[in-house]
Ligand binder design. Structure first.
Ligand code: NAD
Length: 272
């Protein structure tokens, strides 16, 4: 965290990062705190992990708290927003990051495997986005803090556009996030609420540990990434900060792919 207070881009703003206790969410939480935001690190299961992220942020001079809530449960999401309002008065930035994979060949996929992923990845984003938007509208504009009344950033994936056999529930949830993001961006723009997505490619986090377990698996993954490296949570953190800051004030309704070129269909580079 090297940014000086004078140049911090998210000063005086309160940011909720769902699933901020690990992987990309932790990277986004730290990046936003380094830019002056007070960060709520939401977690579903591991209080210890969330606490570690909070302590890291505080050690670096930032501000953070942790809140437990399962984003797929309406009552828990409502309680989380009540707590945020009680502690900080309002919210300025939502990063809808929580997500899971429950993989299965399509022929064997159970309704439970399908539903679990849709509940967390899609319904969870709906519930948090709705509550954030309600809060932004209730509070109204604060132009001295940010040009937009509120910012929502949805963590999508390259699989919002790239089909993914063996992961139909996950890819469907990300395709759904695209229309959730675009339709809410269209509906909420008159309220000066900006809604955008980030589409990460392969980022080194617990969610994809199995896909890069061995050097062979890592090599095979790299054939999908023209830029030649697997991404880090900080690669997504910096994009999230930009989308939340006034630097992107005229940007709404887009997915910004941060994927080292994965969506460039590298298989066609020498085989078209
Ligand atoms: P991760 O497993 O480290 O993080 C997922 C987070 O979601 C965890 O903090 C987890 O506690 C939280 N979570 C799970 N269920 C929850 C629930 N019911 N309520 C609240 N939180 C819950 O993996 P990650 O890679 O950091 O994933 C973060 C997001 O990025 C996900 O939406 C994922 O789909 C997306 N993504 C990741 C990659 C990648 O390569 N890592 C690529 C594209 C998109």
């Amino acid at each position: 965290m090297t940014t000086s207070a004078a140049s911090q881009r998210l000063q005086k703003q309160v940011a909720l990062v769902t699933g901020g206790s690990s992987g990309i969410g932790a990277g986004v939480a730290k990046a936003m705190a380094a830019e002056g935001a007070t960060v709520i690190v939401n977690y579903a299961h591991s209080a210890d992990e969330a606490e570690e992220v909070r302590q890291e942020i505080e050690k670096a001079g930032g501000k953070a708290i942790t809140i437990k809530a399962d984003v797929s449960k309406e009552d828990e999401v409502l309680a989380m927003f009540d707590q945020i309002r009680k502690e900080f008065g309002t919210l300025h930035i939502l990063v809808n990051n929580s997500g899971i994979q429950v993989d299965s060949p399509f022929l064997d996929m159970t309704l439970e495997q399908w539903q679990k992923v849709i509940d967390v990845n899609l319904t969870g984003q709906f519930l948090c986005a709705r509550e954030a938007a309600r809060e932004f509208v209730r509070r109204g504009p604060q132009p001295e803090i940010s040009k937009a009344t509120g910012k929502i950033i949805c963590m999508s994936s390259v699989h919002e556009v790239i089909p993914w056999a063996g992961h139909v529930n996950y890819a469907t949830s990300k395709g759904g996030i695209m229309q959730l993001m675009k339709s809410t961006a269209q509906e909420l723009a008159p309220h000066k609420i900006r809604v955008n997505s980030i589409g990460p490619g392969a980022i080194a986090t617990p969610i994809n540990l199995e896909a890069r377990d061995t050097p062979e698996e890592e090599k095979s993954l790299l054939t999908l990434i023209p830029y030649g490296r697997i991404g880090e949570p900080a690669d997504i953190g910096s994009v999230a900060v930009w989308l939340a800051s006034d630097e992107s004030d005229y940007v709404t309704g887009i997915t910004l792919f941060a994927d080292g070129g994965m969506t460039l269909y590298p298989g066609f580079a020498d085989n078209g």
